[in-house]
Design a protein around this ligand. Structure first.
Ligand code: HEM
Length: 164
């Protein structure tokens, strides 16, 4: 295992596996509110990026729900960061932003979706924040869609870092 790349040093606190202890809250003006659990892994293998996967599941049924997987990439020598993701429901997204004080703030610069088999409405914009508060990782996601054009909260969850 190679040591963490220097570009990730300001984000060293993120490395590892984070899991919701209490359910996350999902909502949107057009859907019924829901709850979920999620595990997010930020893995360092010596490159200037974390390999990233977030898997969510139904709190009672335990069945898998959303999965997004990709890379959280830092431009070495800067506080610029991008999150490149493929989502299991047929989306690929690039979000770009900055590393702040114990936080990352991202906004989508590109969203593409499968031409077949994706349900409407389409996602038009995504913005999200990861923030370390005390020992907990707070994650909020906002989006705009073709029916709800103003960016509106979709997800909110708090994670605890898994030890061992
Ligand atoms: C609904 C996008 C992450 C669970 C939706 C809708 C969109 C969407 C566009 C449809 C809204 C509408 O009908 O007006 C996204 C994006 C995500 C994301 C872009 C990540 C960036 C998640 C996650 C979960 C989740 C992590 C957790 C389990 C749901 C559920 C619905 C929904 C349960 C309602 C489905 C329904 O009632 O048909 N999402 N989502 N989503 N999303 Fe997400």
């Amino acid at each position: 295992q190679l040591p963490m790349h220097d570009a990730l040093k300001s984000l060293a606190w993120l490395e590892g596996t984070w899991k919701t202890e209490y359910v996350g809250q999902g909502k949107y003006p057009t859907i019924k509110p829901f709850t979920y659990h999620e595990e997010i892994v930020f893995a360092s293998i010596g490159q200037p990026m974390f390999n990233y996967v977030a898997q969510s599941w139904h709190p009672e049924k335990k069945t898998p729900m959303h999965r997004e997987t990709g890379f959280l990439k830092v431009i070495p020598g800067t506080n610029k960061v991008s999150l490149l993701l493929a989502h299991n429901f047929g989306l690929t997204t690039i979000e770009e932003g900055e590393i702040g004080d114990n936080e990352i703030v991202l906004k989508s610069s590109s969203i593409t979706r499968l031409t077949m088999g994706c349900k409407d409405p389409a996602v038009v914009k995504i913005s999200r924040k990861f923030k370390l508060i005390g020992e907990k990782l707070h994650h909020t996601v906002y989006m705009a869609t073709t029916t709800t054009t103003k960016e509106t909260e979709h997800l909110q969850a708090v994670y605890t870092k898994q030890t061992a």
